[in-house]
Design a protein around this ligand. Sequence first.
Ligand SMILES: Nc1ncnc2c1ncn2[C@@H]1O[C@H](COP(=O)(O)OP(=O)(O)OP(=O)(O)O)[C@@H](O)[C@H]1O
Length: 798
Amino acid sequence: MQANKYQSKALRREKTTLSSSSESEKLQDPVHVFCRLKPLKEEDDSSCIRVISPTVLSLSTPSDNKVMRDDVQYIFKHIFTPCTSQKEIFEHIAYPLLKDLVSGKNGLLFTYGVTGSGKTYTLTGTQNDPGIMPRCIDTLFNTIGPYQAKKFIIKSDKMNGFEVQSDTDAAEARNLEYKTNLRSLKCDKRGGGESKHLYSNDGMTISGISENNLYAVFISYIEIYNNTVYDLLDDTNGKTLQSKILREDAQRNMYINNVVEVEVKSAADAYDLFNIGQKRKRMGHTVLNAVSSRSHSIFSIRLVQVVQQLQNSEGNLVIPECNMLKLSQLNLVDLAGSERCSRTKNTGIRLKEASNINNSLMTLRTCMEILRDNQLNNANRLVPYRDSRLTLLFKNYFEGEGCVHMIVCVNPASEDYEENLHVMKFAEISRNVKVNKGESRYTPYRKKVISKTITQTPSSGKIHVIPPLVFGPQIPSVKLDLENIDACDAVLTRLLKVLKARKENAIAFERELTTREQNFRKQLIEINQENIITKHEIRNMKMILKQEKYRTHNYETKVLDLETANDNLACKADGLQNVIRNLKCTIDEKDLKINQNLLEKERIRQRQVIEKEKLSQEVDEHLRRQREELRAQMQVKDIKLQKVKEILEKEDITLAQIKTENETQTAMGPNVPRTPRTPSHTSHHRNTAAGNSRRRSRSVGDVWLEHNVIVPTELGTVLQPSMKKRKSVTKLSKASDVLNPKQSKYCLISQEPDMDGVVETKLYKADIIQTCGGGAQVVFNDVETLRQESPTGSPKKA
Ligand SMILES: Nc1ncnc2c1ncn2[C@@H]1O[C@H](COP(=O)(O)OP(=O)(O)OP(=O)(O)O)[C@@H](O)[C@H]1O
């Protein structure tokens, strides 16, 4: 507990100093994106990719594609053509990461691409042509082989950290493992029962490692299947794999809770573990790849270094009681391939897998996009790591816990064009993401000291020291001088005495032995009783332990549920934050639109005011013109009325003349011929054939009062004014002429030649309206002009 406190305090200090130093350096590296082209199935197969230079390739639309696009060029850190060997790939891409691992830095290497494009081949390879993973293992053990700590000296603390054990504890653990392995061998189970699958080792090493350090390698192998983490090295005893949860350690690094980390001492051990995991990994047959990975698999190599060693008195190196552990990790990630269902024709479980694979790859892409945007635009958008276990697990790497290398595997065949387009775009995005250069991570440790067991007597509880039994005085050597009897006597007497003393001792011993035997028996009985009691206690303790385990299990399940719920809530919170952000964006957009609408409205209002003014001006102008026209018409009418008036006045004169003439004729006698009226004479008034005029009036039922002020000139036309019922008068001498209620229409007919001498008949039409006072009002409302023109001289109606 104390040690833990010490550790965490020291760790916090360590983190602060490290971060401040890293901040001062502020070194950033982009994600290194490499491209590996897979060989075409047949040499003459058409390819949609053209390599332009070692870093640039061009993607062109196949001729049979529905949509034709322009050729697009993509840049990579390096492009590996189909002829590139596995060794070259390793040396170029993985070797630098392995060097980082040995110098204490983290690394992440993942393969990305369409299903069947060669991701697994690049990472694993074959027995004779190993891929990146076996080469990493071999090179690592070729390098640190002689400098490894004894097994179990360094032990995982199950919280993403490590601790150093005492030699005795480590020896005991080794012993236990040995016995377990023996048992496993007998049962022919995993471990010793596995056939060791060795890849060819080309003896490559990393130079410049610290030879004073002790090294320990730990392997873990997990998969993310349908967005759930499974430990491929979990000892399941034949049961299905249990899901694991992701946690954050004290330094906010993500790790898999309770993941099995196995310490390996040789490359063969590591391959064994890989093979065990490989058998459990979810693979499946699809149309595009016979052995297709249905999950993302992560093979992690953790290297722990005890920074310093001390020399003991004999000159041997020993691990100091407390110092620093240097931790580093290399993750080799084989992502499942992106798939288009239209091509794979997956159904059922394969379809669900494909959808989960595509979702997690989509989240990876989204994270990369947002990271890039945040970095390019200095923005602070939330990166949705939590949307997928894959991105959540590697969150620290994208936030600067180590170098990130990505191999984009590409099948250049034309049929993969559409998928390759997406893959290239993802590569383009990733290439622009920058991550902080990883720092070596140190953890302080305090060596655990084992307490020695002391044998105690059950009764007293004290160490019972049994005195040694001494048989008595030594038997003297007897030398008898038979010539000297006295001397012989003395010797024999001394001998007798010694023998007597020894006999007494022997009797005492016998008594002592009997007592001891009794005591021993008593002790045995006590021990036996104690044993029975202890056994009973052990049984009880076991039961309690079982109950505690059960409770712990329940607690763990609850914790797991709570953590899952927590994760879900966090996801929801992230989702809601996204929704809030989107809503804010929508509100901003709407505000903008409202402002635009207001501006538009104002513009329309101003335009309307201008148009209104224009319109009112036009209306005023129109009215003015109409008024002028009306005035002109009125003037014309006035003139006409004036003419009518003049005609009427002239008629009175004419009538008076006629009367005078008649009177004169009467006085002269009936034989005096009347002076014929020449057309020229009458032309001024009625030299048109009013009776020949065509009729426009349709009022059939009206009774017309036809007022012929003069006798109209006969024009010989058949057209006559349509006045069916009419009463013709030449003079309005009586009021009754007009007041007759049957007469409703009045028509004054006049004839006169115009300027050209053409006779024009004018019909001035009016309504006769009876007034309430018994009178009548004649309202003129129409003037009908009849004109006859004839260019040949014969009169013709116009
Ligand atoms: N560079 C290469 N040289 C030779 N063969 C290759 C190469 N790349 C891939 N292959 C072969 O292509 C086939 C499919 O490759 P692999 O299984 O590695 O694809 P994958 O991308 O991992 O597919 P999935 O995403 O479906 O798991 C394998 O038979 C593999 O041997």
